[in-house]
Design a protein around this ligand. Sequence first.
Ligand code: ADE
Length: 231
Amino acid sequence: MRTAIVSAMHEELASVLALLPDEHKVTVAGRDFYDGHLHGREVVAVLSRIGKVAAATTATLLIERFRVDRIVFTGVAGGLAPAVQRGDVVVADAFLQHDLDASPIFPRWEVPLYGTDRFATDAALTGELAAAVARALPGTRVHRGLVVSGDRFVATSAESRLLQQALPDALAVEMEGAAIAQVCRDFGVPFAAVRTVSDRAGDAAAGDFVSFIREVASRHSAAIVQALLAR
Ligand code: ADE
């Protein structure tokens, strides 16, 4: 069983790499993949890169070149639903691309030829990940539900409000998850994702994001990955 651990930020990847005693680097398509072990289990750790196209390419390489059996994403997101506050954790049950719109040919958000606008994460792996979050970060508020992805850093209250109105069940927004979920669906590879809320996707988002990445995100990623693979 080979597990891919994917992050979007260098700080998060570095904290995961610090847990691997024996990794070696393989560079493909400009991406550094770190092949190694954690608690005796095979892992491949890599940066997704940022945005949906980059993340889809990384996921495809993980599956086709590195033969991973499952993909786990750890990262940060902007909170959308009012209850989802900075420092909370969101475990994704499904992903949607909020910036995909082929209407009127297809319904808004529907991914053409898939007949759906949402890709569910793997229920069993998502359950394991949620349990790992509870062990790794006791006392942290954890939400489960829809996470939306798009090629935009949402950094104004106006845009955040529009997203909440359009997609009221969206808990959080980020830039990669829906792409990886779609690739995993194509290949039949289980996918799960956890996102710590770094900002509220409003006017303070950029500053909040930068300080959160520096202070919290890497600790969270390492603790969650450690707890997931310790079993
Ligand atoms: N990742 C973290 N915060 C985000 C935001 N506000 N918009 C998009 N992706 C994010």
